[in-house]
Design a protein around this ligand. Sequence first.
Ligand code: ZN
Length: 204
Amino acid sequence: MSDYKIPGSLLNIIFKSVEEQLGEKGLRMLLTQAKLNDFIENPPPDDDTPTLDMDRFKGAMGAVIELFGEKAARPLLMRWGKLTFDYALESKPALFGLAGFATKFMNDEGKSRFILKRVLKESENLYGMPHILTETDEYFNIEIKDCFYCGNHKSNQCICWSPIGFWRGMMKWATGKDYDVREVECMAMGAESCKYTIPKKAIE
Ligand SMILES: [Zn+2]
């Protein structure tokens, strides 16, 4: 078991995303349900202090899916992923390597590769898990080993929706276009790791 802890600043951004969607009461309810109620009285420090155990984070992700059911959790988690990107960009651009993004002379594929490399590197540091980027002619492929988004939940579909929302927001920001980001293999379905694809060609 990893004893890695997620930093307080990231946790604050995630909580803020949930609050935006569900309100203050909703956030409290969710934290209680996810057994994170200690953070209601003591909000996480807004810096890089190691704050939340990965195992507890995983448990919380699973609790969200169980609480809302997969059908309702899907749009919620996609939206939270998008908001996490928006808030990180707005309040802490350095957190995910979004600061100093100068790609004026790159085409969309170059911009995508540049931002993906950076953000995945920072995500490895923030979540303490490998995020592996490979590519083919048509796709960027991302693999998360020991994925924390599916939270030990079992399903007959791919359920790691929040990184999809995050990467969609990121691609739109980097290129001004929409990309059909998908999860293609999920540990919830028994896969060895979670795998995602981002087409190099934007949605027309
Ligand atoms: Zn997953």
